[in-house]
Design a protein around this ligand. Structure first.
Ligand code: GLN
Length: 441
């Protein structure tokens, strides 16, 4: 098959199936042209990738799931996308998300909710729900997501695919529309570990356009070929409860498989982890309130015209969805003088403690295992209470607050719904995660 034929096949499949799923916000109208013009000698020639719509794509509408950016056509390309394209990959389209990445269900997109391909009455997870659903339903072989507090891993778990949150800095954030800059990372979603490795080898590495990017050359595909050294696998259970029986069963079965692969399993405790959620929902909104200040109608994005400047800004910012407004208010509150010390500063101190504990843990274990989420995908509309939605992120935010790499992998089913588990590795050892998950496949 030529790249153009593959592209055509995907477009047909999307036209047939996506109306029932809602994975895509925008399709790449130049896809067939681009496929035709492709240099077949490029290493990823014709590889189709779906891109979460908070990652900017030159000339292709990028909304971040928000009415503020509804008509935004970026004049530049995110580094992750540029690197994939330079190797011959093609962008199929842009996928749905919770507005600016704020949510765990993709129900908070300004446009429409995405449905779980395994059960359309349920959410695909979020905020990268469009990317996860697209990969799960084979509306794209591979996708990019972003993970600030779990947004690659939790939808990967709910949709039965693999999802990696790399070490903070391994993938350039240039062109990722900022939510909480000290936590945000771009990460791949795919149906196999090998596919994740392919994307990481193409995307990761130092980028002069992102001062926080790391000079750690990616060696993902190579790592998959190497033998496993003796490894200690730490199971984190302490303080974490409320898992459904299917999640507990998947965890037990995975432990047996890992033992069979020669890993030494032991229980470990990460005492601060259960509190990570509290710190996350102070720090992430704080950063968000600052990052989202730029959408004021003056420079770019939507503007609701008015003769009066204040009124223009007010009306423009009224276009934010309810959840985004809530985050801005929370963030502004915890940063306000008088409250700063009580909330933001304490959360920062807690973040340092969580990191120190993780560092100590990795003296005892080489990898950590825990569920990605306490249960499989939940029904659409079943989390009207924002706090209930925030609690979904219990197991995922730890990796973001510490900057550590984490991989969610499919580990069985509960009824008809996929269950995902999560592996964490020490800083910069992302390759190890794929190496181990690959043996589990
Ligand atoms: N659900 C979390 C939040 O709403 C994480 C989102 C994300 O990782 N982008 O903040």
């Amino acid at each position: 098959l030529s790249p153009k034929e593959v592209a055509q096949a995907y477009l047909e499949r999307i036209a047939k199936l996506d109306p029932g799923i809602g994975a895509y916000l925008t399709l790449n109208e130049r896809l067939l042209e681009e496929a035709e013009a492709l240099d077949p000698a490029l290493p990823l020639a014709g590889l189709m990738v779906a891109v979460k719509d908070n990652i900017v794509t030159k000339g292709l509408r990028t909304t971040a799931g928000s009415r503020l950016l509804q008509d935004f056509i970026p004049p530049y390309e995110a580094t992750a996308v540029a690197r994939l394209k330079a190797r011959g990959a093609l962008v199929l389209g842009k996928t749905n998300l919770d507005e600016f990445g704020m949510g765990s269900s993709t129900e908070h997109s300004a446009f429409f909710p995405t449905k779980n391909p395994f059960d359309p009455t349920r959410v695909p997870g979020g905020s990268s729900g469009g990317s996860a659903a697209a990969v799960a339903a084979d509306l794209a072989p591979l996708a990019l997501g972003s993970d600030t507090g779990g947004s690659v891993r939790q939808p990967a778990a709910f949709s039965g695919v693999y999802g990696l949150k790399p070490t903070y800095g391994r993938v350039s954030r240039f062109g990722l529309i900022a939510y909480a800059s000290s936590l945000d990372q771009i990460g791949p979603l795919a149906r196999s570990v090998r596919d994740l490795a392919l994307l990481m080898d193409a995307m990761a590495g130092l980028d002069s356009l992102d001062a926080t990017s790391l000079d750690l050359p990616p060696r993902f595909q190579q790592a998959l070929e190497e033998p496993l050294p003796p490894l200690r696998l730490g199971v984190v259970r302490e303080g974490l409860s409320g898992n459904t029986p299917g999640v507990e069963r998947a965890l037990e079965e995975a432990l047996r498989v890992f033992e069979g692969l020669g890993l030494r399993v032991k229980e470990v405790s990460w005492p601060a982890l259960p509190l990570a959620l509290n710190a996350y929902y102070i720090l992430a909104p704080a950063e968000a309130s600052s990052n989202l200040a730029r959408y004021d109608g003056t420079l770019y994005g939507a503007r609701v015209a008015s003769e009066d400047l204040e009124e223009m800004v007010g009306r423009t910012r009224a276009l934010f969805g309810l959840e985004v407004k809530r985050r801005i208010l929370m963030g502004t509150f915890v940063l306000a003088s008088g409250y700063y010390e009580a909330y933001y500063a304490r959360a920062q101190a807690f973040r340092r403690r969580l990191k120190a504990e993780a560092k100590a843990l990795f003296q005892e274990a080489d990898l950590l295992l825990l569920p990605t989420a306490p249960h499989p995908a939940f029904p659409l509309g079943s989390r009207p209470d924002p706090l209930a939605l925030y609690r979904e992120d219990l197991y995922t935010v730890g990796a973001n607050l510490t900057g550590l790499p984490a991989l969610s992998f499919p580990a069985g089913f509960e009824g008809a719904l996929p269950v995902g588990l999560q592996l964490l590795a020490p800083w910069g050892e992302d390759e190890r995660l794929l190496q181990v998950a690959h043996r589990f496949e």
